[in-house]
Design a protein around this ligand. Structure first.
Ligand code: AR6
Length: 178
């Protein structure tokens, strides 16, 4: 499913983000950039050990929640991996939505800084970090929409969703766009 927003196409896909061939993919990391399970584990496993070597060397202090840092794509078919840290869901009153929006915005800004024409996101924070899927989806797509309206964003933004349930949540929100 796709929607056009000005010069940008926002696309939804079901799949494994490590198979993407966009200029950059986003990793849902932790603030220590220590690696882990979920999409983080899959990306490091597929991209190879040089990614962790880069993050240790270039970002020894890790990455605060809501921010993002870049490495190259290692063995993947992408130029860059943007490692961002979404919030851990703690009930919703501790700034989780602002942090999640900031994670998306930070990656979109890195895409501009690194002149990426295309960027693929996973559903940040919706796995181990427990952010309720419908709320995360609303925040993710609304932040992408407002960023694209206000910036020279990449021409193609893909949300690569791991299963049909996540895809369905995204599709319901995207369908409501004019
Ligand atoms: N491709 C696309 N999406 C995926 C993939 C994949 N290969 N694998 C999982 N997902 P999670 P978080 C989906 O838990 O909630 C890690 O241990 C998954 O279904 O990967 O931000 C980090 O090191 C879910 O929808 O990330 C952190 O410690 C989404 O990716 C912590 O988990 C995010 O789930 C971050 O937690």
């Amino acid at each position: 499913m796709k929607r056009r927003l000005g010069n940008c196409i926002v696309e939804l896909a079901i799949g494994d983000i490590t198979a993407e061939q966009t200029d950059a993919i986003v990793n849902a990391a932790n603030s220590e950039l220590a690696g882990g399970g979920g999409v983080d584990g899959a990306i490091h496993a597929a991209a190879g050990p040089t990614i962790m070597q880069q993050t240790r060397k270039q970002y020894p202090d890790g990455c605060p929640t809501g921010s993002a840092v870049a490495t190259n794509g290692g063995l993947l078919n992408v130029k860059y991996i943007f490692h961002t840290v979404g919030p851990i869901w703690r009930g919703g009153r501790l700034g989780e939505e602002a942090d999640l929006r900031s994670a998306y915005r930070s990656c979109l800004q890195l895409a501009i800084d690194f002149q990426c024409e295309s960027l693929s996101f996973p559903a940040i924070s919706t796995g181990v970090y427990g952010y309720p899927l419908d709320l995360a989806t609303e925040a993710a797509l609304s932040e992408i929409q407002s960023f694209v309206k206000n910036n020279e964003a990449p021409q193609r933004i893909r949300c690569v969703l791991f299963n049909e349930g996540i895809y369905g949540a995204y599709a319901r929100v995207l369908e409501s766009w004019e």
